[in-house]
Design a binder for this molecule. Structure first.
Ligand code: X5A
Ligand code: ZN
Length: 621
């Protein structure tokens, strides 16, 4: 069951330190040894990932190893010597590397253009009666910010209505009344929306940028790094091949600003992992030098560098790629929430859901989905956001960020195995804290691979836990941490489950019932290229509203396995304290999808009554 591969006897600390390339001696005293990666076999049917090694000039300062001191991580950086502050860096934050990048239309990336665009945005918002909430000041002490966030969280359940008053609020047919968020009315074009969407068709939005390909281990060999550039390259090609890209609206990716990153991460984390040697020149020497000395890297068996054995670090390109991932998810989500796009799919890497407030891990540096959620709240006053995480791993970072926050409901389905599966968190008893109690739902699978979880189990979880709670919460926007490592084709160590790609289309279809269809999927994990391409294709097709190839009769008639039923019962037992709808279906967990459907239609009156009491419950809240 264990995700960790035992240390290969050949890779004793001294043996691979001895193989450190000559240009790295300055780093030697700051490197820590780590275990070997298991080389992964690649699928042949998909394009080869690029393996061009990027010879990188490492310019890290030489300092003694100082592990990050957890206790000081919350210390406000503003206390450290040095100006300019982050807020000032933003406007100077232009990467020379961007200009050489192959992405077209870089001309609008000049500072002046950006400022003009921001001003246009503000103007647009004023016209539409939107209040643009300024991001938390960088100079604000973190304790102050934390306090502000806490008071925000406490007042959050009160719906904030920000809609323009000149047209009536529409209601999506299939979603329950979403009290606090306007549904875009596409039949009545207002002058403002016409101007705003003149370039965008109201369809599924896609985002991708080749700068995310450059985050590669300096060893140049992808065989020991499953989270490689070929993942998103393959998906992007697949969407093109199947004619899906032309039916979608592709939006430009962009780097998250340092301020945006700080809506989730500490200033220190943002400076350490969100800057590279080039844009760092714009940051005050005193400030950055002190910080950089605290970075700790591991020397990987492959010869490259990482923050841990999974999470490789490329001094030139990792910060740009991970900021591009976070910014792209954020922009896509903002456009969906504003009604410029129907829904969206973000083809991004590196993933984000393991990244915590102040720690990168599990391939992740910045928590893109968490940042997008914060930005929806701060820039658009979106009140209630549902984050569904169907990556096979628990999104420990996302859980941590929103643990005390009742405005963001986090529901994760993951392999747990009583805490023995990576990252080890995500037990069913972890329900949130303070005002956030009940707003963290861990559909934690336990029981190993006897048998591996598959379609029947995921359907049962959606039917009895995810969808009932989601409807009861009634979100304004739904974000999905859409890892595809639960899809069949993944080795036991990196998942071992057997959910079909088709099933993820079905789950996507279910989520489209919520929030007036405002649904954004962002790629997280998954490394089997066939599996992640198939699943991405099915999900994008579904988002486009295409008819799904139905799930097989066999799957629909299959009861969830015994281990799944145990896991479901545990989650239901815990969550029924907070969600009425969960208790209603508790007795049906061991049923097949068809079985439950028959009972369901037979008891329409009962369910009508149940949803009525749910509505009453919501009102009372
Ligand atoms: C995003 C993701 C997995 C980390 C596995 C660590 N991370 N062994 O899927
Ligand atoms: Zn994963």
């Amino acid at each position: 069951f264990f995700p960790f591969i035992p240390i290969d006897g050949l890779l004793h600390t001294h043996s691979f330190l001895a193989s450190v390339p000559m240009q790295y001696p300055a780093l030697m005293d700051r490197l820590v040894s780590t275990t070997a990666h298991k080389p992964l076999s690649r699928t042949r049917s998909e394009p080869l990932p690029p393996t061009h090694a990027t010879p990188t000039q490492l310019t890290l300062q030489q300092h003694h190893t100082r592990p990050l001191d957890r206790l000081t991580q919350h210390a406000p950086l503003s206390q450290m010597a040095g100006k300019p502050r982050l807020g000032q860096i933003l406007s100077e934050d232009m990467d020379p590397e961007e200009e050489s990048a192959d992405s077209e239309a870089r001309e609008r990336d000049t500072d002046r253009e950006r400022e003009k665009e921001r001003e246009r945005d503000r103007e647009r918002d004023r016209e539409r009666g939107l209040r643009r909430v300024d991001p938390p000041s960088i100079t604000m002490k973190e304790s102050q910010r934390e306090q502000r966030q806490l008071s925000q969280a406490i007042t959050m359940p009160v719906p904030i209505i920000f809609s323009s008053t000149h047209r009536p609020l529409g209601r999506a047919q299939s979603s329950p009344a979403s009290t606090s968020y306007p549904v875009p009315d596409t039949t009545v074009p207002s002058p403002v929306t016409t101007e705003m969407t003149s370039k965008l068709r109201f369809t599924t939005g896609l985002v991708y940028d080749s700068q995310m390909l450059k985050h590669q281990c300096t060893c140049g060999d992808n065989s020991s790094h499953p989270e490689h550039a070929g993942r998103i390259q393959s998906i992007w090609s697949r969407l093109q091949e199947r004619g899906l890209r032309s039916q979608c609206e592709t939006i430009r990716g962009r780097k998250a600003t340092l301020e945006e990153l700080q809506s989730v991460h500490s200033e220190k984390h943002v400076l350490l992992f969100g800057t590279n040697p080039l844009n760092r020149l714009k940051i005050d020497r005193c400030k950055i030098t002190g910080l950089l000395s605290q970075r700790m890297f591991v020397m990987l068996p492959c010869g490259g560098l990482g923050v841990d054995s999974d999470t490789v670090w490329n001094e030139m390109h990792t910060s740009t790629a991970s900021r591009m991932a976070a910014g792209s998810v954020t922009d896509l989500a903002l456009k969906v929430a504003q009604g410029e796009l129907r829904n969206g799919f973000a083809v991004v890497r590196p993933p984000g859901h393991h990244a915590t407030h102040s720690q990168p891990m599990g391939f992740c540096f910045f928590n893109s989905v968490a940042i997008a959620a914060k930005q929806l709240q701060q820039k658009l006053n979106v009140s209630k956001i549902l984050i569904v995480d169907w990556d096979v791993h628990h999104g420990n970072g996302t859980q941590e960020v929103f643990y005390d926050d009742p405005s963001i409901l986090y529901i994760s389905l993951h392999r747990y195995d009583d805490g023995t599966f990576f990252p080890g968190t995500g037990g069913p008893e972890e329900v949130g804290i303070g005002a956030g109690v009940g707003f963290n739902v861990n559909m934690a699978w336990t029981g190993g691979l006897n048998p591996p979880m598959g379609d029947a189990e995921y359907l049962a979880a959606f039917r009895t836990v995810v969808m009932p709670i989601a409807h009861e919460f009634s979100p304004d926007v739904v974000l999905v941490s859409s890892g595809f490592d639960a899809v069949e084709g993944h080795s036991e160590a990196l998942g071992g489950y057997r959910v079909s790609a088709k099933c993820f289309g079905f789950l996507t279809r279910k989520l489209m019932e919520l929030a007036g269809g405002r649904l954004i999927l962002a790629l997280e994990g998954g490394h089997d290229l066939t599996a992640i391409c198939d699943a991405s294709e099915v999900c994008v097709s579904t988002l486009l509203g295409k008819e799904l190839e139905p799930l097989s009769q066999e799957v629909l008639q299959q009861r969830p396995c015994a281990n799944a039923v145990c896991s479901l019962r545990r989650v239901i037992q815990v969550q029924s304290q907070y969600w009425r709808s969960v208790s209603v279906l508790a007795h049906t967990v061991d049923q097949s999808y068809l079985q439950a459907q028959r009972r369901d239609s037979a008891s329409d009156a009962v369910s009508a009554l149940a949803s009525l009491s749910v509505a009453v419950l919501n009102t009372n809240r």
